[in-house]
Design a binder for this molecule. Structure first.
Ligand code: NAP
Length: 291
């Protein structure tokens, strides 16, 4: 059984970007610059943004963290995004989700310039991805594609079962895997909470992408022997014996599924670091396109 080590694969992508940044600077250019916007003090969001800012530092990118109290008005946030859109020294903008309930995420996503949309959530970016045009691919699906590439996992002609249809993971994943690309060309089944016979469908999957947000949902008896299993889930499960009072669990029961799968990504240390790698690649691409 092959363990798909996202920490190692992410390190390799970031090292390439670091070398590319060094070359740019040696040629007299400035480094790429990512602006991250964080509203409120949600623990998980704080952790994710800190990881993204840290990765910028490791690669040699500039980063700016813009923090707002959760009482910020929607208009104030939109004004800040307009300011970042117009700031020529900033290449990529990410707004960490979720946002407080009084702010429309759809409005905020659409406010980010498509030229700086390194999260790939803008409707223009999504439309371009569907049509196979040059665009920004949402960081998590992009990270999974980079993981398939890193481990050179053949996807052509395989049956991929994607569990979850969210705009940020499941839906774009199904589009990428079905596209006519090197790590695409799968036949894709996309499942959601209304899917009947989920277990039977999963058993037909040569590749399973689990992105439903239910801790240890996928068990060995749902997995075809030798299948590639990618675990996207991140759920905090309360555990008094853990130092933080909780443990992070994926959507896949790793110990159980690893007895049957051919390859499996762990949580933590799988898709999480690859998501950051995807974001860092998008930031470089935004910089080069604007240049
Ligand atoms: P989401 O928006 O809540 O979507 C979950 C999807 O799973 C929905 O489409 C839902 O169906 C489906 N679903 C829920 N229960 C199901 C069931 N019992 N059977 C089949 N389908 C079911 O979640 P998300 O944003 O896509 O995130 C999914 C998970 O990935 C979460 O744990 C999240 O924390 C994690 N995540 C991790 C990363 C990372 O970097 N590693 C990045 C993003 C997200 P309906 O559409 O019918 O409701």
């Amino acid at each position: 059984m092959l363990r798909l080590d996202g920490t190692a694969a992410s390190k390799a992508v970031k090292e390439q970007l670091k070398q590319q940044t060094l070359r740019l600077e040696q040629d007299g250019n400035r480094a790429p610059h990512l602006a991250a916007v964080l509203v409120g003090s949600n623990g998980a969001s704080e952790t994710y943004v800190a990881g993204k800012v840290k990765s910028c530092g490791e690669i040699g990118y500039d980063s700016t963290l813009v923090r707002f109290d959760e009482t910020i008005s929607e208009q104030e946030l939109l004004d800040k995004i307009a300011e970042l859109n117009n700031d020529d020294t900033i290449d990529g903008i990410l707004v960490q989700l979720p946002l407080p309930k009084h702010i429309s995420e759809a409005k905020v996503i659409s406010a980010v310039s498509p030229l700086k949309d390194v999260d790939g959530f803008h409707p223009i970016s999504v439309g371009r991805m569907v049509q196979g045009l040059e665009t920004f691919i949402p960081a998590t699906p992009y990270g999974i594609m980079l993981m398939l590439e890193h481990y050179q996992l053949e996807t052509k002609g395989k049956h991929a079962v994607v569990i979850g249809r969210s705009n940020i993971v499941g839906r774009p994943m199904s589009i990428l895997l079905s596209s006519n690309t090197t790590y695409g060309n799968c036949t894709v089944t996309i499942c959601h909470s209304h899917t009947h016979n989920l277990k039977d469908l999963c058993l037909q999957g040569d590749i399973i992408i689990a992105a439903l947000g239910r801790a240890e949902f996928v068990k060995a008896d749902m997995v075809k022997p030798g299948a590639i299993v990618i675990d996207v889930g991140i759920t905090r499960v309360m555990d008094e014996t853990a130092a933080k009072g909780y443990r992070i669990k994926g959507d896949v029961d790793y110990a159980d599924v690893s007895t049957v799968a051919g390859a499996i990504s762990p949580v933590p240390g799988g898709v999480g670091p690859m998501t950051i790698a995807g974001l860092m690649k998008n930031t470089m691409e935004a910089y080069l396109r604007r240049k």
